[in-house]
Design a protein around this ligand. Structure first.
Ligand code: IPE
Ligand code: IPE
Ligand code: MG
Length: 240
């Protein structure tokens, strides 16, 4: 299917991706897990560029979870270096594609140099008006909700002022729309603490493809699959 045809079929405003399977991809090839992550980064660039050329407004990538600190120091160190190096050197990629970078997750829990690269990338790309690419780094959905509630209680607030909208606005990005389409690669069928609040009415697509093997054409197929779903949001459609 051509890009133009897909565009006319109604795009999801917000796509979220759990980029899973880097380790298994590497293992299958007798390579180190690091190698898998490096290849995974190429995949991420491919998919973000595809989202930008389709004109998807938001794409959120699960890059490093609050639970991923449980991995070996070597693996965590490699991932931090990869994230930092990418953000430092890929301004041109974001510029060429008109992509604005945002971050969700607990910034303060990251190494200082990684924090700085995230802040610089946000600042350098803030005037780009195409797709917003939200990087979830040191992100856990429960942690985000806890931090949001703490922010709320810093100001004295009446119970009736706490509404769903108010909680949404207290999360890491106050105007981030709900997720329309959640894609998880790597064969597992779970959320792993990703965007629990924002996925209340998301459509889910799980694919066995390991993240480094995930191509632009599978992404376009997944968008087409999304376009075929009937979203009722609890209502009865076509009621006479
Ligand atoms: C996802 O791939 C990338 C991160 C969690 C950073 P994994 O590293 O979880 O790969 P598998 O699941 O072990 O194959
Ligand atoms: C989710 O993948 C986190 C990221 C993709 C960054 P994991 O591999 O960490 O999730 P589990 O352990 O399978 O739930
Ligand atoms: Mg995994």
């Amino acid at each position: 299917m051509k890009i133009e045809e897909i565009k006319s079929g109604g795009l999801p405003e917000h796509v979220a991706v759990i980029m899973d399977g880097n380790g298994r991809w590497a293992k299958q090839r007798g390579l180190s897990r690091s190698h898998g992550h490096k290849e995974g980064l190429n995949s991420a660039k491919r998919i973000v560029a595809a989202a930008a050329s389709l004109g998807i407004k938001y794409i959120t990538l699960y890059t490093f979870s609050t639970e991923n600190w449980k991995r070996t120091q070597d693996e965590v160190g490699y991932l931090m270096t990869l994230i930092k190096g990418h953000l430092r050197s890929e301004f041109q990629f974001y510029k060429d594609n008109g992509i604005k970078i945002e971050h969700i997750g607990d910034l303060t829990g990251l190494p200082k140099d990684v924090q700085n690269e995230i802040l610089n990338a946000k600042k350098d790309t803030e005037h780009f008006s195409g797709t917003t690419c939200v990087l979830a780094i040191n992100y856990g959905s429960r942690d985000e909700i806890v931090r949001g509630i703490r922010k709320i209680t810093e100001n004295s607030i009446k119970p009736e002022e706490i509404t769903e909208e108010f909680i949404s606005k207290s999360l890491d990005i106050k105007d981030l729309p709900d997720v329309d389409l959640m894609i998880r690669t790597g064969g597992e069928q779970r959320l792993s603490n990703f965007l629990l609040w924002q996925c209340a009415y998301a459509e889910f697509i799980f694919t066995d493809t390991l993240w480094p093997d995930y191509t632009e054409s599978e992404f376009l197929e997944n968008i087409t699959e999304f376009q075929k779903r009937t979203r009722r949001f609890g209502a009865v459609l076509d009621q006479k």
